[in-house]
Design a protein around this ligand. Structure first.
Ligand code: IDP
Ligand code: MG
Length: 142
């Protein structure tokens, strides 16, 4: 059974014209892009999306950053998509991320780290539903 995960190309990467290169990384790894949309989050929407981090010291800065410009939200589908995407992304801090990962190649710092990816099946389902209606997702396995 193919798995789905939510990916976000964050404002710093969209602003630097990296959408194409980053989506290519997912495709090269065999993940299917089954939904995609350019979105500008309000501060309230960013606060809702990252509510799990509301008690962290970086919550205010993170949500301001995530609402500072357009983002590319997408749903990736494939075997083990959640873990595979996390591996392609690399560690949260680009300085700690493995070579050739998206964050190592294009992340600016621990906050402006180019991409978001769901971390578990439950969060993936919630995050996908935050941005997409079921009929906006085209299964690659029909
Ligand atoms: P993840 O994106 O690798 O899953 P999380 O711990 O879930 O990392 O943090 C969510 C986002 O919050 C990160 O991607 C990054 O943008 C930001 N963030 C995490 N830790 C820090 C920090 O120590 N300082 C500033 N921003 C941070
Ligand atoms: Mg996370």
């Amino acid at each position: 059974m193919a798995e789905r995960t939510l990916s976000i190309i964050k404002p710093d990467a969209v602003a630097r014209n990296l959408i194409g290169e980053i989506l290519r990384c997912f495709e090269v790894a065999g993940l299917k892009i089954v939904a995609a949309r350019l979105v500008r989050l309000s501060l309230e929407q960013a606060r809702a999306f990252y509510a799990v981090h509301k008690d962290r010291p970086f919550y205010g800065s993170l949500t301001e950053y995530m609402s500072s410009g357009p983002i590319l939200v997408s749903v990736l589908e494939g075997e083990g998509a959640i873990q595979k995407n996390r591996e392609i992304m690399g560690a949260t801090d680009p300085a700690q991320a493995a070579p050739a990962t998206i964050r190592r190649r294009w992340g600016t710092d621990v906050e402006k780290n180019a991409v978001h990816g769901s971390d578990a099946p439950e969060t993936a389902a919630w995050e996908i539903a935050f941005f997409f209606k079921p009929d906006e997702i085209q299964s690659a396995h029909k």
